[in-house]
Ligand binder design. Structure first.
Ligand code: HEC
Length: 383
């Protein structure tokens, strides 16, 4: 056999000399170090079967390099290639920050691959609802059996709030297997009623004809004016409407202005919607209108108050002191009730925003209202 140097050996030589270089403690140390780390990383990446744990210096270089790559696809590539399980906390953070983006979903996938089920469960069962919903969402995008095993039980977990159960249903329903599980729950009458809307939307839009046909029989989408059934949200988001007409509907037949202000006009029961088009996507807008309780805005939870004289009031909590509780009703009326007259006070799981709004509208009306809401942008984002 003729003498030949295999490329891998050459690379290894380059690598060995690189980590032997002593970086001087000069002002440029950071930059020099970063450049050197990058070269080391590139080299070890090309060494097939290289065990990073066999070289503490190379490992340190990779870990330093990683810190400069946070939140990028490169970060995930390195973590996966070198099986850097010590990054689990960071992966979890990424998945929570960007649950519907390539990086967040990639992070969730690696957590599953690294068998970090405990950490995922902890986040899902934790107090931070937003984080829990985010992890469920990211896992839904990852899909597969392990993700489903973690998410599916949440759909029927009676002790959990609607936002997380609804996120779980949507996550499970991202693939056909999950859709079959959801349909099975419907058939067995085990689907919690408040999930009907989310699940109807998923199954009515299934790519599997059998699932679709059964769902249409078993689950109704909201009725609109003239008893026309509403198309699923996935179909609605593809339609474009007339914003000017939507604006008139908002203040008129759709009654939105009874509870929402836009640039000063309207009543302030729910959140101001002057910049809602910058905050919510088309899909999120449809869900906000059609299934208000699926994600109740912070500080807009409904409270039920029973008073000593047998009255029951509901509204949004404006303030609460030792002396009294002040709420704003769905009619934008502010009521202050002295503490000694309150018999019971309870936070509700349902939004003050009514579910049946769409009954007064045709599907076209609704599309126009959403088109109008999409034009309500932050000044900087307006063109
Ligand atoms: C009876 C009062 C009421 C009416 C009528 C009403 N809403 Fe609401 N809306 C609320 C309340 C309260 C909230 C905050 C709680 C929640 O998120 O469900 C809200 C939340 C929203 C949100 C989410 C806001 C955010 O910042 O996330 C949107 C969007 C919205 N409403 C749009 C509409 C549209 C469009 C209509 C008319 C078709 C409408 N609402 C009618 C009370 C109302």
């Amino acid at each position: 056999m003729p003498l030949s140097i295999r490329p891998v050996n050459t690379l290894f030589f380059v690598f060995a000399s690189l980590i032997a270089i002593n970086v001087s403690r000069s002002a440029e140390v950071d930059e020099a170090q970063q450049a050197q780390d990058t070269t080391i990383v590139e080299t070890v990446l090309r060494l097939e079967g290289f065990d990073l744990n066999s070289s503490p210096k190379a490992k340190a270089a990779v870990l330093r390099h990683l810190q400069t790559q946070r939140g990028t696809p490169r970060y995930l590539e390195l973590v996966e290639r070198f099986e850097l399980r010590e990054t689990a906390d960071e992966l979890l953070k990424l998945a929570i920050e960007k649950p519907a983006d390539t990086v967040g979903v990639g992070a969730a996938r690696l957590l599953l691959k690294f068998k970090q089920t405990k950490a995922l469960k902890k986040a899902i069962d934790g107090k931070d609802q937003t984080a829990a919903v985010a992890i469920v969402t990211a896992l839904g995008h990852v899909g597969g059996k392990e993700a489903q095993t973690l998410i599916l039980p949440l759909v029927t977990a009676a002790e959990r709030g609607l936002p997380i159960r609804s996120a779980a249903a949507i996550a499970v329903g991202r693939n056909l297997n999950g859709q079959r599980e959801l349909l099975a729950l419907v058939v067995a009458k085990k689907l919690p009623e408040d999930l009907n809307f989310s699940v109807a939307n998923i199954l009515h839009a299934s790519l599997d004809e059998k699932i679709r046909a059964q769902a249409i029989k078993l689950l109704k989408l909201p009725q609109t004016a003239g008893s026309k059934p509403l198309p699923p949200v996935s179909a609605l988001v593809k339609l474009r409407g007339n914003a000017a007409r939507g604006k008139a509907l908002f203040a008129g037949k759709a009654t939105c202005a009874k509870c929402h202000t836009v640039r000063g006009a309207g009543k302030e029961v729910g959140p101001d919607l002057s910049e809602i088009g910058s905050k919510l996507s088309r899909e999120a807008l449809y869900v906000s209108i059609l299934d208000p309780s699926a994600a109740i805005s912070h500080n807009y939870e409904t409270y039920l108050l029973a008073t000593a004289d047998g009255n029951v009031l509901s509204g949004i909590l404006l303030s609460q002191t030792k002396e009294s509780v002040t709420i704003k009703t769905a009619e934008a009326i502010v009521r202050r009730i002295p503490a000694d007259q309150i018999e019971a006070m309870k936070k509700q799981k349902v939004s003050l925003m009514p579910v049946g709004l769409v009954k007064a509208l045709t599907p076209d009306d609704l599309v126009d209202v959403v088109e109008y809401l999409r034009t309500l942008k932050k000044p900087a984002a307006q063109k």
